[in-house]
Design a protein around this ligand. Sequence first.
Ligand SMILES: Cc1cc2nc3c(=O)[nH]c(=O)nc-3n(C[C@H](O)[C@H](O)[C@H](O)COP(=O)(O)O)c2cc1C
Length: 163
Amino acid sequence: MEKELISRILEMAFYSPSSHNRRPWYVIVVTSRELLEKLSYAKPHATPLKNASLALVICADENISDVWIEDSSIFAEHVQLAATNLALGSVWIQIRKRMHDENMTAENYVRSLLGIPSNIKVLCIIGIGYPAEKKEKHRKEEIKELKSRVKENHFSNLFPLEL
Ligand SMILES: Cc1cc2nc3c(=O)[nH]c(=O)nc-3n(C[C@H](O)[C@H](O)[C@H](O)COP(=O)(O)O)c2cc1C
């Protein structure tokens, strides 16, 4: 993937809001096929990263923000929206709170592979590439079922959502 596209995605993501505008994010752009393959084994079941054009490892400095999880989740989602906007496909691979095997966390696996220091936390990896298939859209019926989750003024009172 051209470096220009990667730059555009990251530029869009750098506009993400963050608590107190502290911007605690760090990103590792992984373009090496060997590393992409190794990253695809971060968790017990191989992930689609093996076939991705590149991966963005989304990290944050926990010493910069106590809400680095929220800050970096918003950042990761901005990356996905930017990729979609450029007609690219993307997938979120959860790393935080996941295990590599019974002895090692997925975070420590990624940390040692990419030389990430201990104050930098790893949230997730966003795999990005040219979609090989067109996925079915979510059915509107599925979305309509979520209407019951929206309340008005009190948790016991449904909001009359028009979907
Ligand atoms: C917090 C979070 C963690 C996720 N973790 C993974 C993951 O580890 N592996 C994966 O293939 N997809 C993962 N996903 C993608 C979801 O499975 C996917 O967004 C969901 O199935 C809906 O599909 P859609 O995004 O195509 O609409 C994750 C998504 C989120 C928001």
